[in-house]
Design a protein around this ligand. Sequence first.
Ligand code: F6P
Length: 543
Amino acid sequence: MTLTSLPEWSNLRRHRDSFAHRKLRDLFAEDPQRGDHLAAEYDGIYLDYAKNRITRETLPLLVALAEARGLRSGIDAMFSAERINSTEGRPVLHTALRAPRGASVLVDGDNVVPHVHEVLDRMGAFADKLRRGSWKGHSGRPIRNVVNIGIGGSDLGPAMAYQALRAISDPGLNVSFVSNVDGHDIAGVLDGKDPAETLFIVSSKTFTTVETLTNARTARRWLLSQAGSPSAIRHHFVAVSTNTVAVEAFGIDASNMFEFWDWVGGRYSLHSAIGLSLMVAIGPVNFREMLDGARSIDEHFQTAPLEQNLPVLLGLLGIWNRNFLGSHTHAVLPYDQRLNRFPAYLQQLDMESNGKSIDRDGKPVAIDTAPIVWGEPGTNGQHAYYQMLHQGTTPVPCDFIGVLRPSVDLLEHHELLMANLFAQAEALAFGRTLGEVAATDNMGHPEHRTFRGNRPSNTLLIPELNAYRLGQLIALYEHKIFTQGWIWGVNSFDQWGVELGKVMASRIADEIHSFDGQLAGHDSSTTALIARYCRARQEGILV
Ligand code: F6P
């Protein structure tokens, strides 16, 4: 049965229509305990979802939908290594990356958990050596700069987590990230660094990604321009990949390679060796704490009843907002500057996973899938786009993320920050009526100063931001996305949608390279753009 023909789907539509006229104001007024009832907590994470446009009847109906779609068996299928990534014929086992030593997860009869820990141990030994200064560059000097070269899942996760956990990073090591094929990225990172003290971690699941290989070749030339002999490479380059042949072909010895496996999706790979740059920064002990945090949510996701299961709740509320209330976008608003890359990280996680319009059976989906995910830390966003959140024509469901205890001793700042978080969620939900404006001031233009309210949000509160809590947050959203993808019936673990642009870029790069005044096979707009660029190049306008 298709999703929309399920009775559970129709029940939800009827339910939505039954209280469409009631606003969040009314719902709170009718149910004084709403804030306590529509909240859930697990292992320090508190989720308030009372400011969604739901009643106490909504959640059981959403849970019934999840059950009708077999969410529970989907979760079991993922954890037990069934090949749920059907278009690539692979299991989906980022959860095995945080399984404890001694656990067993079988892929084709082979327990993968010992391999996971073997690589973690090697990563730990390498990270310790770098952190102690006993890994030396070609001239015998210790490494002071570590540069991760990768893109997408091989960049966003470690870069986001490094920003989040800088407070516990080794101050003696300067860790940077290069992702964009735009040369300004790598040029900016290399500027002022000494090759003799710089180590590159080339991170690429496939080791075929053109951006990463182009940056890695530039880095290699930069090193060799000082070091001279290619024998220096082994002191300054390590690789993280599933593709040993390509790593060796690049010139990195397999003994300098940290492996992971095709059952780890790129955007789900932070907890694999792709996290090496992060581990170097924060140390192996903290890295393992991050895995412990993620494992705590894995266990919860597997075992908690659906109606108290935090990732399931987030997923179901997302479906409610997207499919029943028609929201197109979803804002992630961390009220913590350390999480400033978290929205960007979630964009890939969510939109590359569920941005699909063909279902697992190869048929077009009949519903909207991934919303546009975006965001920026508070309070900065308040002085930029919150105007639209409050008074624009398109309601945007928001996730506010707050941290109870900051790691800097500036209480005045923190109290203002948290006050703003609470105020924004409250203002979005309740708004301000014309009567309230009139009662509080007479500054004129009262209609411009009313707020419709009724704008949904979740608020997540975590006790502090450390490696464990970050691991929890990551797994929370990973499983939220799983929940949605499973219910929508899409394969959340492939990404064929990125291929077409890559193929076309490669062809255009060849055409630019051999441009002789003629271009064929493009539309008139693209032809004019390429020709304009090529002429600028010929005229030496480009440096
Ligand atoms: O182009 C998209 C993508 O395949 C992502 O899924 C992936 O995270 C990124 O490119 C980088 O891929 P790789 O790690 O193989 O270099």
